[in-house]
Design a protein around this ligand. Structure first.
Ligand SMILES: CC(C)(COP(=O)(O)OP(=O)(O)OC[C@H]1O[C@@H](n2cnc3c(N)ncnc32)[C@H](O)[C@@H]1OP(=O)(O)O)[C@@H](O)C(=O)NCCC(=O)NCCS
Length: 282
């Protein structure tokens, strides 16, 4: 097939049924796209695009500016009957071109799918962070962790910067909804929206992200020892206090916090697959 027939246009509310159909066989029918479709299609702050061949929608993707100079790439899907014909490669190339023209400095994305990994690597994306998913169930009876305010959060940066294993994060917060640069500004921003948690004496830190389910989601851990273990346990208490099922933690394999997670009742939720954050300089 010729991908020259491919046209990209904004996705429309009327595309809903076709897009639900396209995503029906993705991840055993548990694709999140049907859930976010209405929000995405009405979000003027991002480009949610449908790819068409001869008037039929065959693919989708979304480009979302999320921090100065940074654009997030997500929602790439190609209809099963049109796969392995260069559709995704052509869509991605158009997205990169568009982001470049708009002056973004870097395009980033997160994925855990093998075909997507080889597509992004062959398009020149660099792998920044590898992550394994850990899970700790809710537990009753204790105090949730402390939430620092923005001014206090800034002061924690020095400790975060020198925290064991921090280099495995390659200078980014591996938030699966948009990986920002890891620095004092980011700590302040997260504290301001209630997404920072502190262990005793500020000797351990958890950076949270918006969860996808009924859970607390941690995208980065810093600190160690008893303080980190207390913090990890306090997160399980917080899940219980908030009526949530569990805490998920994304952690690079080989990170020293693995031991602390094991010691505080977390186990591998998905030992087989890693998720990755990729970046392309534009
Ligand atoms: C991943 C997906 C978008 C690829 O779409 P596609 O149009 O078939 O991809 P293309 O034909 O453009 O292939 C581009 C490259 O992707 C990789 N690729 C695609 N399908 C692959 C597969 N089944 N196995 C291994 N690599 C694959 C290859 O590197 C391929 O390059 P090549 O053909 O030169 O080897 C499509 O398979 C899909 O929608 N999958 C389900 C959802 C998903 O995983 N989305 C990605 C989430 S980030």
């Amino acid at each position: 097939m010729e991908t020259t027939d491919l046209t990209l246009r904004p996705a429309r509310p009327a595309d809903r049924d076709r897009i639900v159909e396209i995503t029906g066989d993705v991840w055993g029918g548990r694709d999140y796209i049907p859930k976010v479709f209405d929000r995405w299609v009405s979000d003027a702050g991002a480009a949610f695009q449908a790819a068409e061949i001869e008037g039929v929608v065959v693919g989708l993707q979304r480009l979302r500016p999320y921090a100065p100079g940074l654009i997030w790439y997500e929602g790439l899907r190609v209809a099963s009957e049109h796969r392995r014909q260069g559709v995704a490669r052509a869509m991605l190339a158009a997205a990169i071109e568009e982001a470049r023209e708009q002056g973004f400095r870097e395009m980033r994305l997160a994925t855990r799918d093998r075909p997507a990994v080889s597509l992004f690597e062959s398009a020149g994306f660099e792998r920044l962070v590898e992550m394994k998913w850990w899970r700790g169930p809710r537990v009753e009876g204790g105090e949730p962790a402390r939430m620092p305010d923005a001014a206090e959060a800034r002061k924690l940066w020095k400790a975060v910067e020198s925290s064991p294993g921090i280099q495995l994060y390659a200078g980014v917060v591996p938030d699966m909804n948009g990986a920002r640069d890891l620095n004092a500004d980011e700590l302040e921003r997260l504290a301001g929206i209630g997404l920072l948690r502190l262990g005793p004496g500020g000797r351990a830190l958890a950076l949270l992200r918006e969860p996808w389910g009924q859970n607390i989601a941690v995208s980065l851990l810093a600190g160690g020892g008893g303080a980190l273990r207390e913090l990890l346990t306090a997160l399980r208490f917080e899940a219980d206090a908030d009526g949530l099922n569990h805490v998920t933690v994304n952690l690079p394999p080989g990170h020293p916090a693995e031991e602390d997670l094991r010691a505080t009742g977390y186990d591998f939720a998905d030992a087989e697959n890693s998720a990755f954050v990729y970046a392309l300089k534009l």
